[in-house]
Ligand binder design. Structure first.
Ligand code: C5P
Length: 220
């Protein structure tokens, strides 16, 4: 059991995919299960934090009744939910797989098929973490990065660009890491660009390491 606590800290976590509506019955989504975010939420609650979990659609449930779960569908809704709680947050962890784009026009009625090609024009979604980074006062901001090349360099530039305090780099080059897998291999990079490589572990164990790292860099 870790002795690093988060008592009386308000921790906001985003998790899961976002669904970007096309019409009343269709959407653009992704394969995120939300597991990493839910594991972090459960672990933060165990350590005594006051946890708000803002999640896109997932089949997961939390293991701790004290966690406040806010269910959202789209990136726009997730953005709003995050900004509503941000001023009272101490720590924000962005573990959601937010869609980068959304359909520019959402049809009021179900779109009918015909024999023609069909084009959906996409517009950019806001970057939720970057928008929080731009207005933060004392909040400690944690982001994830999933890269396939120049991992450390890209992660460092993301940390800077989004004004984060810690970034968790997921390596796709490691078998067993990432999307839909029960395990993850991560590297932490803090604000001073100090690099902390971690072993391949279960996502529950990675969640523990993430909370430990946050407590070390922020609370103490
Ligand atoms: O820029 P990229 O999508 O690689 O950044 C990933 C990090 O930024 C994750 O922590 C993710 O939750 C967050 N993010 C966000 N809003 C977006 C896109 C990414 O909060 N629109």
């Amino acid at each position: 059991e870790s002795t690093l606590y988060l008592k009386a800290k308000k921790v906001v976590i985003t998790a899961g995919p976002t669904y970007e509506p096309i019409d009343p019955v269709r959407f653009i989504g992704n394969h995120s299960t939300g597991k990493m975010g839910f594991d972090i939420a459960n672990e933060a609650a165990k350590r005594g934090a006051d946890v708000v979990l803002i999640t896109g659609p997932t089949s997961l449930t939390t293991t701790n009744d004290s966690i406040k779960v806010v269910k959202v569908l789209s990136a726009k809704e997730m953005y709003q939910a995050c900004h509503e709680v941000f001023s009272s947050a101490d720590i924000v962890i962005g573990a959601a797989a937010v869609a980068d784009y959304r359909p520019k026009v959402v049809a009021d009625q179900k779109i009918k098929k015909n024999d023609e090609e069909f084009t959906i024009v996409l517009e950019k979604n806001p970057d939720i973490l970057a928008s929080l980074g731009a207005i933060k006062t004392n909040q400690f901001l944690v982001g994830f990065a999933l890269e396939t090349e120049n991992e450390i360099e890209y992660a460092k530039s993301k940390l800077k660009k989004k004004n984060l305090d810690l970034i968790v780099l997921n390596s796709l080059n490691d078998k067993g890491a990432g999307f839909g897998k029960p395990t993850n291999k991560v590297t932490f990079i803090d604000k001073d660009f100090t690099i902390f490589p971690q072993e391949l572990k279960s996502k529950e164990a990675v969640a523990k390491d993430i909370i430990d790292q946050i407590v070390k860099s922020y609370v103490e």
